[in-house]
Every structure is written in structure tokens, then in C-alpha cells.
Design a protein around this ligand. Structure first.
Ligand SMILES: [Zn+2]
Length: 166
């Protein structure tokens, strides 16, 4: 591995660790890191909506913010002369990386969660699943439902552009 690649990997690892170490939904240290990359933290309203959504997290910064940091790091290194790093940058698996991070900050789903989800599903079903179910969209990458009352292009939770019918 050459020096440019080593530095890139180190930077990616450092920010991934910082995201994971952050308090649930971000904290001062994480915000400082965002600031150092010229990234605005999510609005308080959006954080609030996400914390109350079905995309539960037990710890860590929101995946969408980590994605923005990865994007900045990739951009920063994009003028590299290293062929090795160029190759890594063009094959960077953003969706995979963000998904893996989400798996790490998800709460452990025990028995009670399974029952809770089951009863929610049954309630929804009995309320009539024909009701607007067909135009509900969810994120193809993380499964977050699209909040129809809000207008946005990318998934609020993980930042992916990909939506599909739920
Ligand atoms: Zn998503």
C-alpha cells in the first residue's frame, strides 16, 4: 500500500470511529469533526424526526452525516497522483459502507422488539392496508420509510438517492 492510500484509509477509519463513538444522534465532538469538514449538522427538527422514526439507533452519529464526511474525504483526495488510491476512490462502496455502519449502531433486536414489530404490523393490517400503501416509498439502502410530509431527494437517515416502493 502506498503512502497516499494509507493516509486515505486512515482518515476514513478515523471518522468512522468518531461517528461510532458519538452519542446517539451526534454530540459536540462529532459536530466539531463535521465543522472541520465544512459540513452543517442536520437540523434539530430533522434529528428529532429521525430519532422518533422507526430507524432506531442505539448510539452514534446519523449515517447520513457520516456519508457527507466520506464524500468530502473522497473529494479531498480526488486529485491524487497515486494510481492505487485512484482505483480505491472510483470503487468506493458508499452504500455498503454506510449500511455496515448502520448495522453497528442499531439496537440489538431482542424478543420484545420482534413482538412489538409484529403487533404494529397486525395493527396496520387491520387498519386497512389498501390505504395508500402503494405509494409509500422506502430507502433501498437502509429501509427507512420516506416521510411524505417532507420534501427531499436523498434519504434523511442514510443519504442514499435510491427509493423503491415499500
Ligand atoms: Zn436510507
Amino acid at each position: 500500500m502506498d503512502e497516499a492510500t494509507r493516509q486515505f484509509n486512515q482518515e476514513i477509519e478515523r471518522v468512522s470511529g468518531a461517528a461510532f463513538q458519538s452519542a446517539r444522534g451526534g454530540d459536540d465532538n462529532w459536530n466539531k469533526l463535521l465543522e472541520s469538514y465544512d459540513i452543517e449538522p442536520l437540523d434539530k427538527d430533522i434529528k428529532e424526526a429521525l430519532l422518533n422514526s422507526e430507524m432506531k439507533i442505539a448510539r452514534g452519529a446519523f449515517p447520513v452525516e457520516l456519508r457527507k464526511v466520506y464524500e468530502k474525504i473522497i473529494e479531498k483526495h480526488s486529485s491524487t497522483n497515486s494510481a492505487e488510491l485512484k482505483n480505491i476512490l472510483s470503487n468506493f462502496d458508499m452504500e455498503g459502507k454506510i449500511k455496515a455502519y448502520y448495522q453497528k449502531i442499531k439496537p440489538f433486536g431482542g424478543i420484545s422488539d420482534i413482538f412489538k414489530n409484529a403487533s404494529v404490523t397486525i395493527t396496520k393490517y387491520s387498519q386497512g392496508m389498501q390505504k395508500a400503501k402503494h405509494h409509500t416509498m422506502k430507502c433501498k439502502s437502509c429501509g427507512s420509510p420516506r416521510l411524505e410530509e417532507m420534501q427531499y431527494d436523498n434519504c434523511l437517515f442514510c443519504g442514499s438517492k435510491l427509493f423503491e416502493p415499500a
